[in-house]
Write a protein that binds this ligand. Structure first.
Ligand code: ACM
Length: 630
């Protein structure tokens, strides 16, 4: 038997082709380091038996695989016996040096599936890849009949490029329940992300129970429900109920951490100070250096004017550091990950400038300006974090005024802060707005829910976390951030995260030289189908047009439509009816007819619609014509 197995592998290599994509039907994201397609298929039998090496954390891998292979297929999947096993999950007794802690080798032959890794995490990622080899219906939460449950024969060698492959979920601007956070973890591990950064505190909410500081969650976790455009909301009236929001109890946090651990995800907690701290200030006004803070309310999304509300902690007040010590003792205990993120971004210095107590601090400590005051604060916070046995991390503003000695920098205002920190010998995670901000619109403002900036899928796919000029060991990896000012529910969080999260996953996992936009796009399209089966939302924005509008010399409104994707046709109408492939095909700039009120447009590939039916009021086109760069 062994010999036949060996021969099969040999013959597979002799006819091997290297290909994902339409020709083979294989569409793995993120792209593996090497993939060789063999001949034939593995057929999932009625009874699947899994044999796994004994190791801690294997139970989680086996449970995951059992569920994945049984729910949609209706197959009986058992584990335990080595004889006659169909799937083998093996921990290498002698470590395979090419794989590291998260790599794996996956072999699919007509008779068997075998995954080998040095650590259970590698097997878990091998399992994720294996699942992507089966038909999309395997993602269904319900049994699906009449599917041929086969996987193509392949040999895959795979391991990550970066150790930090993060997504950030802002649970402060809008609260997401424990179950929703777990759902998000389920989605991220499909694409081999391994860090979930939870932005736990901000002006709109404090989301983590802290023993001994009850007002943080009695008061700080609640505001008034509003919808529309965040930042423009009306100021709530005094009698409006403050019942919108929520928080995680410490047991909730333990549950989330354990759920993540079982899926090889670390949770990075963020307590954002000294700015973005209104929820803490409202709960405990003595943390502020500004008289009158006791009249503040937790923000419900109304604009916070820099000179009207002090949302910062007082850097000159010993009580602030005692408060942070109390918070961080508990945070450090609850989250086993080695890093704690302490924010540090966008700190408003207006009220610090006005404070006598801050002035006295400056004199006492010889601080020349407000950046140095923040640096003083950050260094003290670093000491507290380190006293709990954790590494101190912050957004790149913590560089201003002097970086704390062992700080880790998360670079968001471009890559520059990260480069600067790495040159000074600090660890860095790259998370630049330019490539990795998932709260930005992913298409034209005439179509997408409005946010102040845009990040297209193709731009996200250009994310390169490793700059040429720095020690690569200091660039831990990268992260994409989903801020949720304009994200009101989980379905929209999914919409904003995918497919850009897939692009980012490939930038963080796959070898740089394998990056290929056209190939990625064809695989992303396959994954849209998989997400349809899994009932997870995604944005099809890449198939929608972008509009640019000008006035002709004669004063007519002229619309130009462009596509991020090649090879699609656009059909449009101005007569309010619904365009399809029998309508005018777009071939160049069009004049908007004089009395038209609506442009409708849809994209097709051949005879199949791929984009959404888009309706853009002519008033919106007129508005665009007066704005440059939209
Ligand atoms: C940030 O986006 N303010 C870190």
């Amino acid at each position: 038997m062994k010999k036949i197995y060996g021969l099969l592998i040999l013959s597979m290599f002799s006819i091997a082709v290297f290909a994902q994509g339409p020709a083979t039907g294989i569409a793995i994201i993120p792209e593996p380091v090497s993939l060789t397609v063999g001949q034939g298929h593995f057929n999932l039998p009625q009874h699947v038996s899994i044999w796994a090496s004994r190791d801690s954390n294997m139970a989680e891998v086996i449970t995951f695989l059992k569920e994945k292979l049984s729910v949609a297929t209706g197959r009986q999947v058992t584990s335990g016996s080595s004889s006659g096993s169909t799937i083998r999950l093996l921990i290498n007794r002698r470590a395979d040096t090419s794989l590291g802690d998260e790599g794996y080798r996956l072999s699919v032959t007509p008779a068997h599936i075998e995954i080998r890794a040095n650590q259970p995490a590698g097997l878990f990622y091998g399992v994720q890849t294996l699942v992507q080899l089966f038909p999309k219906e395997i993602e269904s939460p319900e049994p699906v009949a009449h599917v041929s449950w086969t996987a193509p024969c392949v040999e895959i060698l795979d391991y990550p490029r970066f150790q930090w492959r993060g997504l950030m979920l802002d649970v402060a601007r809008h609260f997401f329940t424990k179950q929703e956070v777990e759902q998000y973890i389920d989605q991220m591990v499909r694409y081999k992300f391994n860090v979930l950064h939870m932005h736990l505190t901000d002006d709109q909410g404090w989301r983590i129970q802290i023993m001994g500081l009850p007002r943080l969650t009695q008061v700080g976790a609640w505001n008034v429900k509003k919808v529309g455009y965040f930042g423009t909301f009306s100021i709530p009236a005094a009698d409006e109920p403050r019942n919108f929001g929520g928080f995680y109890t410490q047991q909730d946090i333990r549950d989330i951490v354990e759920y993540a651990r079982e899926r090889f995800v670390n949770i990075l907690p963020e307590v954002d100070v000294p700015g973005h701290s209104l929820a803490a200030v409202v709960s405990y006004p003595e943390l502020s250096c500004t008289p009158g803070a006791d009249h503040y309310q937790v923000s419900s999304g109304e604009r916070i004017r820099e000179d009207s509300i002090d949302n910062t902690l007082d850097p000159s007040n010993p009580k602030v550091y005692a408060f942070l010590d109390k918070v961080l003792t508990q945070v450090a205990e609850l989250f086993p990950f080695g890093y704690i993120h302490m924010g540090g971004d966008e700190c408003n210095k207006y009220f610090w400038n006005k404070s006598d107590s801050v002035k006295a601090l400056m004199q006492r400590e010889g601080l020349q300006n407000m950046d140095q005051v923040q640096s003083y604060f950050e260094k003290k916070v670093e000491q507290i974090v380190e006293s709990k046995g954790k590494k101190f991390m912050g957004w790149d503003e913590i560089l201003q005024g002097g970086l704390a000695p062992d700080a880790v920098v998360m670079s968001w205002r471009g890559m520059e802060g990260g480069i600067q920190a790495a040159r000074m010998g600090h660890e860095v995670v790259m998370s630049p707005t330019t490539f990795a901000y998932l709260d930005y619109m992913q298409g034209d403002q005439a179509i997408e829910p409005r946010v102040y900036s845009t990040l297209t899928l193709s731009k996200a796919y250009e994310f390169e976390p490793l700059p040429d000029s720095v020690n690569p060991k200091l660039i831990l990896g990268g992260q994409a951030n989903l801020w949720t000012e304009q994200v009101y529910n989980m379905r929209h969080a999914e919409y904003m995260t995918w497919p850009r999260g897939w692009a980012i996953s490939e930038c963080l996992w796959s070898p740089r030289e394998l990056r290929n936009w056209d190939d990625f796009l064809s695989r992303a399209e396959v994954h849209f189908g998989r997400y349809d089966e899994a009932e997870i939302k995604y944005a099809p924005s890449v198939f929608d047009p972008k509009f640019s509008v000008t006035r002709t010399a004669g004063g007519d409104l002229q619309v130009e439509m462009s596509m991020e994707v090649k090879g699609l046709d656009l059909y449009y109408t101005f007569d309010n009816s619904f365009p399809d492939q029998f309508y005018p095909k777009y071939s160049g700039p069009v004049i908007v007819p004089k009395d038209a009120v609506m442009l409708k447009v849809i994209s097709y590939r051949g005879n199949t619609p791929v984009g959404r039916l888009i309706s853009v009021p002519v008033t919106e086109l007129q508005r665009k014509s007066t704005r440059r760069g939209e």
